[in-house]
Design a protein around this ligand. Sequence first.
Ligand code: BLA
Length: 312
Amino acid sequence: QSSLLPPLKSVTTFTPDWKRRRSTCIQTFSVSYHNFVEFALDETRCHTHLTPSPLQEKFSFMNSKDGKGMLSMLSFEAAKIRLLRSLIIETETMQVFDFAVFPEAEYDVPIFCANFFTSAKTNIVVLDLNPLHDVINQHEYKDKYFKSLIPLGLKYTQLFPWGGKLTSESIKFFSPIVIWTKFTSDPQKYDILYSAFKDYYKVWLEMICKSVKETDESQIVLNLEAQHRYLTWRVEKDPGQGVLKKLIGDTLAKDLLRSFLFNGVDQLGSKTFYDYFPQYCTEEGTLHKKGNIVGKSFENRPWDVTGEFIGG
Ligand code: BLA
């Protein structure tokens, strides 16, 4: 009898938490974003030592209110890296991957950003090295980080057509190599997305490894403000907010956004959303919650093949 039981030791020793938990839910997706995080962590560990973030204690695993979905969170710190964090959401009808790495303010290295939403019908993908500073008008910053990456961007943006109109301000947080796309579920597309993720992450790691600590205090302040502005934008405007609130309720969703996903928004600066984005302030002084007043723009890719901005 007992020989028919699975070898308990190997299960507990070698099966990661998320795999054991997931085996209890119905899997209908041909992609698992856990492989993406595992790749990123392994690759990071080849270059630097990762220490668990203090956030890990509070944010590790959560079930959705209906008990049918789960949220898995990981967070780390490392030299030059203020925060590396990952959120994976798995429900019967969707999978979400939100992975970001935020450099310390002494480095003007872009923020690594992978943001994938998968449902039975569609996939919404943003994969980018989000620039800290203006890459539309500031050629120095753009050339420093993106000039050599244009061919890599072209390779993938030819495979992943532009996803269509998006919230106008978002474009300022994107780089000339941004992959912004939508596609219907297709195993082959996930393979390409995985390659793109690996390639983009490898070049980002190279960037952070090569980066030299800034000593000019005024430049550090600019980097810090750029990070804070980015966090302020995403905390307020993340299109995933609605889904998160439905899954875990308003209070937990807000805490997850402010304390985990966009950690630093309450610590790195004191400016408000209105200070950074005054165009969102209505006459009554309330924030436009739905959509935005500038509207959606950029039907087509606003970067040409040389990485020049052509969005007007
Ligand atoms: C849609 N997510 C989008 C869109 C963008 C992004 C550009 C298109 C809609 C729009 O622009 O209004 C992502 N936008 C970004 C990113 C930046 C930005 C990464 O400005 C960085 C600067 N997305 C999540 C999470 C969920 C999620 C956690 O991050 C779900 C829990 C879902 N994103 C999601 C959904 C949509 C979406 C459901 C489509 C809904 C919509 O269009 O409003």
